[in-house]
Ligand binder design. Structure first.
Ligand code: HEC
Length: 256
């Protein structure tokens, strides 16, 4: 089982924990007839919260280590995801402080609880939910491979002599510019939608594979930049292109 799949299953657990938390909270504060023992419910609510927090920290560790290893810019989805996560931390800290220290705000605790549960749905939708959807519940492994590649510590595999490390751009603007450059400069010799040879090798999945098709060097952005500046043999050199253009072309190749 891949770590991403495992994390997605944990995120389903967090949703279940949020539902239990809401249910126990409503039963505790609900004015109607009490079906359950209040003390027991409080204990369950507390243990539930603690478990939620432990899973939260566990997943956070993997998210942060992914950011550190991949050194890539956050996508729109990950940005939302991190904002949700940060909001939950703040709300949880507030909630605990209202219960333990600032008792005069105790009345706000329920609202905070509901907010935390709601944001948890957003948090999970933008991570585990998304993952389960694109991988068809863990069956399609393409997404895992892509992530593995991104975290595969490119510094180790890159040919360091060729110059500084390149951080692959993931913003739509760079990708679009790269696409334009690709279509005007590379398209006549390379296919973007398959790995078939035209004049040169097809580029589908070029940066998701482990090795480049001809040189068999690791498929790192550094090695692609190097191919553009010092091509192997039959490809024209693009050494005259500014770094900007090369970075944008790489941003586009990264999406193929
Ligand atoms: C005139 C045809 C031609 C054009 C235009 C061209 N290439 Fe190539 N490309 C080739 C050939 C042929 C190869 C096979 C290796 C070689 O001969 O250098 C190749 C190989 C490659 C490789 C694989 C290198 C490896 O190490 O396996 C990459 C990546 C690549 N090209 C990217 C590009 C990009 C990006 C552009 C546009 C900026 C481009 N090429 C434009 C012909 C071309």
């Amino acid at each position: 089982m891949s770590i991403l799949y495992f994390k997605s299953l944990l995120s389903i657990c967090m949703i279940i924990l949020s539902i239990i938390a809401m249910f126990t909270m409503l039963e505790i504060i609900g004015k109607g007839e009490r079906k359950y023992n209040i003390e027991k419910l409080k204990k369950i609510h507390k243990a539930n919260g603690a478990l939620y927090f432990i899973i939260f920290l566990f997943i956070t560790y993997f998210c942060l280590s992914f950011i550190i290893n991949s050194k890539s810019e956050l996508s729109a989805r990950s940005t939302f995801h991190s904002i949700f996560a940060l909001t939950i931390i703040v709300l949880m800290a507030l909630k605990v402080s209202f219960i333990r220290i600032y008792r005069q705000f105790y009345g706000k605790v329920q609202t905070l609880g509901i907010l935390i549960a709601l944001i948890t749905f957003g948090l999970m939708g933008t991570s585990g939910g998304y993952y389960l959807l694109v991988t068809e519940f863990g069956i399609d492994k393409t997404f895992d491979k892509m992530m593995e590649y991104k975290t595969g510590n490119p510094v180790k595999t890159a040919d360091r002599k060729e110059g500084a490390r390149i951080v692959v751009r993931t913003d739509p603007e760079s990708i679009l510019k790269g696409k334009g450059l690709y279509e005007s400069k590379c398209f006549r010799c390379h296919k973007a939608t398959s790995t078939e040879w035209h004049v040169g090798p097809g580029h589908k999945g070029i940066m998701k594979n482990q090795f480049l098709p001809v040189s068999k060097k690791p498929a790192t952005p550094e090695n692609i930049a190097n191919q553009l500046r010092n091509p192997l043999k039959d490809m024209p050199s693009y050494a005259h292109l500014p770094d900007e253009d090369i970075l944008n072309i790489i941003a586009y190749l990264n999406t193929l």
